[in-house]
Design a protein around this ligand. Sequence first.
Ligand code: HEM
Length: 325
Amino acid sequence: MAALTSHFLLLTWALLLVMSVDSSEQASLLRDDFYKDSCPDAESVIKAAVDSELDKNLKLAAGLIRMQFHDCFVEGCDASILLDGNDTEKTAPINSNLIGYEVVDAAKEAVEAICPGVVSCSDILAYAARDSTVKLNGTGWAVQGGRKDGLFSCAEAAELELPPPTFNVSQLIESFARRGLSKKQMVILSGSHTVGVGHCDKFFERLYNFSETHFTDPSINASYAEQLKTDCPQATFNTTLEIFMDTITPGEFDANYYKGLSEHKGLFTSDQSLFDDRRTRKLVKKLMSERVFDRQFGEAMRAMGAVGVRAEGQIRRNCRTVNPW
Ligand code: HEM
């Protein structure tokens, strides 16, 4: 019990520390070309390792994009998602389907071989998220470096801090605003649901027993709802079945996610409500343009990648454990 209390005190202290650094200070800790002098080949070595892992399993690309989001929203972008342990963030139910940890391990190993102790795991994750986007034929962006790796990771914090798929637009705006991210950035970052999958249990309640007046969520396109019911039958509730989030081009990092929303084919409430709510509908319509989405996604990822960045911390030698010294 005493150990648990001290763990929480440490966590609270760490959260306060992160929150006490304002967002402009956080952003100024980061720079483009951060490893230009200290490890000039870092970015290319990381990219080669990420590419080689993704060539073996391309599904991990979507996992890595999601992983950076799940890292940055809990205690800031500090690689706390990567720490192994009994009660660390990766053990939280909300992270149970997160994939791609081995890609970060491979990239870390490759970069440690050329520049030991120089490149942080949180920076590696930021580069890997960009390289994964490019691997899925998306447009890349300049990734800033300079993040430090954190010392704490707590499953309960992940469960509390990460937005669930049942969130409406007000809740989404509030969740992103707490990290200094705008409504517009929230809508743009949600566009990463143009790749990857969701599991049936994450939207089951939209299909069956939605409300007293509607058995099925009326905001879902009727034929799409029938398709989803076939894919996720009520009788055989299955949490391992995977459904593409973008019905048009699920393997391509493009603007078709927004087109899907306009056709009422958003998989989660948090997706579909972006089109159904008048506060975000105009943005969704603008982002249906490939050119607009391509240009703005990288900028939004740079902003997300600066959330809660800390001046103090480690450069972990192994991304799964804190350094013993
Ligand atoms: C706006 C609030 C968000 C909510 C409520 C949300 C929720 C979810 C959920 C429920 C899943 C499926 C998980 C599963 O079935 O196990 C998912 C997948 C995914 N999310 Fe989000 N997400 C949000 C924002 C983001 C952001 C900001 C990013 C990245 C910048 C992101 C990237 C992804 C990706 C790429 C996947 C697919 C992962 C895979 O196939 O392995 N999401 N998200």
